[in-house]
Design a protein around this ligand. Structure first.
Ligand SMILES: Nc1nc2c(ncn2[C@@H]2O[C@H](COP(=O)(O)OP(=O)(O)O)[C@@H](O)[C@H]2O)c(=O)[nH]1
Ligand SMILES: [Mg+2]
Length: 354
């Protein structure tokens, strides 16, 4: 069985590529399983796997490395219920050091697996950070980004369909120059053929070569994680003019506007309205809206926000957007769930350096 560990910063395209890869592999008759990992409770992304009957599990309340036993139990549970040929395990976007804390422990404690590590990077964000040298993130957050690249077995440069030739060629030059020992693949994770190129590479990997464990400073890594606020909310909007979904979209845009006005850096900002409308923003500034609004007297909106600020500030910013939306639309927004927090200090269950 293959376990593909998928690392990479928030919003870099991990889930999208996993979804496409699952469709491709299932069409070939293979059994797949997915383990997602986030720090919140209910996630915008899990709905896709459910609706495509892709067996999936979640490791919640912390990253794989700090919850290694939960990851292992989920692998076991997928094996028992579904005998997967391939498992994709997507780690939290602000996590790194997974070669030492996840890959090597899996190889040591399980004798039935081949493990690969791919690190996803959004081509436009990589360009902004390393070619234009823009200060998108605080130093400590950029440290995590850098470490994710350093430990990759395969670097997957994603969203190439959104980049122009000039951006692509300077990113190619940068990676050739700085990461000459890495295998680098350029993909559009929404496209089957392009994603298959990545799949072919990781499928052919054996564990004869295992990447080195990272040389990493945990206090800096911990400080970087603590600079990101995580907010998960489930809201209900009631409208007496049947425009609850439109209002929900307006609320999502208002939240994004408030984040921009405060000049905060987005890890990711995702909204799911009535399980069908998906709106997503990332650090490179792209907005994706999937599906159109229809008339409805009530709408549910799920928010997953990972943003460089404090949980208190993020909460107040979202509360402000809610009040603005209520006033402008003469509607009521009920907060069914609302939690904001910072990831805890990374404390891996195992850390294998050799
Ligand atoms: N155009 C385009 N959009 C992408 C691609 N990969 C991801 N996205 C979009 O980028 C956003 C973040 O992607 P996601 O897979 O959720 O990133 P994750 O946080 O790394 O799992 C979503 O809005 C995706 O639709 C890609 O290859 N091309
Ligand atoms: Mg994801």
């Amino acid at each position: 069985m293959k376990v593909h560990l998928i690392s990479g910063f928030l919003g870099s395209g991990k889930t999208t590529a996993i979804q496409t890869a699952c469709k491709v592999l299932m069409a070939e008759g293979l059994n797949v399983g997915v383990i997602t990992n986030d720090q919140g409770i209910k996630l915008v992304d899990t709905g896709f796997f459910e609706s495509h009957s892709i067996p999936n599990r979640q490791v919640i309340n912390g990253c794989f490395c700090c919850n290694y036993n939960a990851l292992d139990e989920n692998i076991q549970s997928l094996i028992q219920t579904n005998s997967p040929d391939v498992i994709f395990a997507e780690s939290v976007g602000s996590c790194t050091d997974i070669v030492a804390t996840v890959m090597k422990p899996l190889l040591q404690f399980r004798n039935d697996v081949t493990v690969t590590v791919s690190t996803f990077v959004d081509v436009q964000l990589l360009h902004m950070l390393f070619v234009e040298k823009k200060h998108v993130f605080n130093e400590e957050v950029q440290y995590i980004y850098q470490k994710q690249l350093e430990e990759a077995e395969v670097i997957v440069v994603s969203k190439i369909d959104l980049a122009d030739e000039k951006t692509l060629s300077s990113v190619r030059y940068f990676l050739k120059d700085q990461f000459q020992d890495k295998q680098v693949i350029y993909v559009n994770g929404t496209d089957d053929e392009s994603t298959t190129e990545w799949l072919d590479v990781i499928t052919s990997k054996t564990n004869h070569f295992i990447p080195s464990s990272l040389d990493i400073d945990y206090p800096t890594y911990g400080a970087g994680e603590a600079m990101l606020a995580w907010l998960d909310a489930e809201l209900k909007i009631d409208s007496n003019i049947n425009s609850a979904q439109q209002t929900a979209i307006q609320l999502a845009k208002q939240i994004y506007k408030n984040v921009q006005n405060e000049k905060l850096t987005i890890g990711h900002l995702k909204f799911l309205i009535d399980d069908v409308i998906k709106i997503s923003y990332t650090a490179s500034g792209n907005e994706t809206i999937v599906s159109e609004a229809c008339n409805a007297g009530a709408a549910s909106i799920l928010i997953n926000a990972r943003i460089q600020t404090t949980p208190v500030f993020l909460s107040s910013l979202i509360n402000r957007a809610i009040e603005q939306t209520e006033k402008e639309n003469n509607c009521i927004v009920v907060k069914e769930k609302f939690t904001a927090f910072q990831p805890g200090y990374p404390a891996p269950t195992h850390r294998i350096m050799v």
